[in-house]
Design a protein around this ligand. Structure first.
Ligand code: ZN
Length: 271
């Protein structure tokens, strides 16, 4: 009886593995194993330390180096029309097309910002270990008029890349310390060594400044401190006091920096 059952099973299994009937083979891939095969042992994984990005290398420098790009015109066609009441008339001023439509001012066929402004802002960042926020760098003539259409503003050095408005993040309440850093810059830089007209600052005491704090000036720059309520425009809509640095003297050309229509309008335009 046992032999009979074995024979019967043998016939049945034999029938199942018959290679002459491929249609009965199970579909899919076969797994072949080797003799004495065992599982591969993997070393426990230790996550690698991520290489820091350049701006993370010095943990204190959580700011980027100031470049010309920080001075791009803040104008935008999305800004609302600036309405100004003049006697019985309402004048309408529209903003420029922004940096999509024009470049920085040009000098020698290159976009140009006075290098002393870039140097000074980087010096402030390095010394204070805090971020400088440029609120207004270059203003194209259209954006300049949009910000402030008054006649006195029509020769603004913002149009020449010779003026910057900024504050320092974390030192919003101590603008005097930022001014001290600017004065220190002129005493530290070797190129000004022994030149009193650069190292010594005077105060501008005339009363027509419309600002409370008398400005500082040496041969190269004119520094204004705008208190919290002063000097507000579309570019300076923040609640902090801020500093404006104006270039008076061109170190490279050895001549005073003056406004001219030609210099103000000299930039690339895109339709
Ligand atoms: Zn513009």
């Amino acid at each position: 009886m046992k032999i009979g059952l074995a024979l019967f099973l043998g016939l049945f299994l034999g029938g199942c593995t018959d290679s002459s009937t491929p249609s009965s083979l199970p579909k899919g891939e076969y797994i072949f194993r080797h003799h004495n095969e065992s599982l591969v042992e993997v070393e426990p994984m230790i996550p690698l330390k991520r290489t820091p990005y350049p701006w993370e290398e010095n943990r204190q420098s959580h700011y980027s180096k100031i470049t010309k790009d920080f001075f791009l015109c803040r104008g935008s066609p999305l800004n609302p029309v600036h309405l100004v009441q003049k006697e019985k008339e309402i004048l309408r001023y529209y903003d420029c097309g922004g940096t999509q439509k024009h470049s920085l001012p040009l000098r020698d066929k290159k976009e140009f910002i006075y290098p002393v402004l870039i140097d000074l802002l980087n010096y402030i960042q390095t010394k204070s270990e805090k971020r400088v926020v440029v609120t207004c760098g270059h203003c194209c003539p259209e954006h300049n008029t949009y910000l402030n259409p008054s006649i006195t503003n029509q020769t603004s050095k913002h149009m020449l890349g010779a003026e910057v408005d900024f504050y320092v993040q974390g030192m919003e309440e101590q603008p005097d310390r930022v001014i001290d850093l600017i004065l220190a810059y002129y005493n530290e830089q070797p190129k000004y060594k022994g030149q009193k007209e650069f190292q010594e600052f005077k105060r501008y005491e005339k009363e027509d400044n419309k600002i409370f704090t008398p400005p500082w000036f040496n041969k190269e720059v004119f520094i204004k401190l705008f208190q919290k309520e002063e000097g507000r425009d579309f570019d300076n809509r923040h609640p902090y006091s801020y500093i404006s640095i104006q270039v008076r003297y061109d170190w490279d050309l050895k001549e005073p920096v003056t406004y001219s229509w030609d210099k103000a309008f000299r930039n690339f335009h895109r339709r």
